[in-house]
Design a protein around this ligand. Structure first.
Ligand code: IPM
Ligand code: MG
Length: 357
């Protein structure tokens, strides 16, 4: 089969890791008899340098015309002092919104070969954990009205959180569906003891849960969830939560796996056209040095094959190749831990995965 894939390499290590993922995808295409046509578009800081804007219209149009989008990372110190509307991060929010990608799937799975990289004690890790965070991605406080105004105590800044019934309903359904495909356990995380948006969130989640009697449904406050996830991660399977809470919880759970450099994510909407990106950022400190861990991006490529292109066998092949390479003890610098030996470079790790494929 033939597919058109838009590449948004972005900034920092985004460039290196997308190149790695493309090499792995080319190898996969060759092996299974597919053709992937890749077209790259600028996004983030590099787009600011080229066009003055972090998210040029050409990039949005290119993504809309593609079957799916593979993104690296955006941002870096060079653009940190720009006003918020023109920062590279704005492009991420913008492309998710322009493509209608309201469901963000962020799996946090502990690789048994990397147990020692987790900051959790052995007795808490037990036989490992595998959590899927379903983060609402195009609403909430990251998209609400914001600005500056004069208040009682002088000049003040404000951000607002708004959630409509429709927005909560569609992310809730996506989460229940995800739970049905896993161990049928869903925890909705909110702050319904304080926030109006959370009260509506909880009411709607409860309503949907009546349609999914097989799913063991619970709710939890965000502060408690942040604590429970380090106290006993096994109690969670699928977690559904708002944009901001999901942003925070997904970094927390990524760190618990000890390997944020390994975690992919998928952003999906009503159609099959999704956007796939690593959970980690652009790591400007190691950019251009061939030190980055390409695995999160390579696994994002695998998720892309599975969710947008319907190529499950091919996705399995990539995921199995990554497992094999990790189980054989190959490591990039970020996941070396206390092990001896020289870490693999980004290209060497990619070569190893391609060799196994
Ligand atoms: C993420 C990032 C982004 C977000 C930022 C860079 C806009 O933290 O993907 O988690 O908050 O969504
Ligand atoms: Mg984040």
């Amino acid at each position: 089969m033939e597919f058109n894939i838009a590449l948004l390499k972005g900034d920092g290590i985004g460039v290196e890791i997308v190149d790695s993922a493309v090499r792995v995808l080319e190898k996969t295409a060759g092996k299974f008899g597919h053709t992937f046509n890749f077209t790259a578009y600028p996004i983030g800081g590099c787009a600011i340098n080229e066009t003055g804007m972090p998210l040029p219209q050409e990039t949005i149009d290119g993504c809309l015309a593609a079957d799916c989008v593979l993104l690296g990372a955006v941002g870096g110190p060079e653009w940190d002092s720009l006003p918020s509307e023109r920062r590279p991060e704005k492009a991420l929010l913008g492309i998710r919104s322009a493509l209608g990608l309201y469901t963000n799937l962020r799996p946090a799975r502990l690789y048994s070969a990397l147990r020692s990289a987790s900051p959790l004690k052995d007795e808490i890790i037990g036989d490992g954990f595998d959590i899927l965070i379903v983060r609402e991605l195009t609403g909430g406080i990251y998209f609400g009205e914001r600005g500056y105004r004069e208040g009682k105590m002088g000049r003040e800044a404000y951000d607002t959180e708004v959630y409509s019934t429709t927005e909560i309903d569609r992310i809730g359904r996506a989460a229940f569906e995800a739970a049905m495909k896993r161990s049928k356990k869903l925890c909705s995380v909110d702050k319904a003891n304080v926030l109006e948006t959370s009260i509506l969130w909880r009411t709607i989640m409860h309503k949907i849960s009546e349609e999914y009697p097989e799913v063991e449904y619970t709710d939890m406050y965000i502060d408690n969830a942040a604590m429970q996830i380090v106290r006993d991660p096994h109690q969670f399977d699928v977690i559904v939560t708002s944009n901001m809470f999901g942003d925070i919880l997904s970094d927390e759970s990524a760190q618990l796996t000890g390997s944020i450099g390994l975690l992919p994510s998928a952003s999906l909407g009503a159609s099959k056209r999704g956007l796939y990106e690593p959970v980690h950022g652009s790591a400007p400190d190691i950019a251009g040095q061939n030190k980055a861990d390409p695995i999160a991006e390579i696994l994002s490529g695998a998720m892309m094959l599975r969710y947008s292109l319907g190529l499950a066998k091919e996705a399995d092949a990539i995921e199995n190749a990554v497992d094999t390479v990790l189980n054989a003890g190959w490591r990039t610098a970020d996941i070396m831990g206390n092990t001896d030996g020289k870490p693999l470079s980004c290209t060497e790790m990619t070569d190893k995965i391609i060799e196994v494929l």
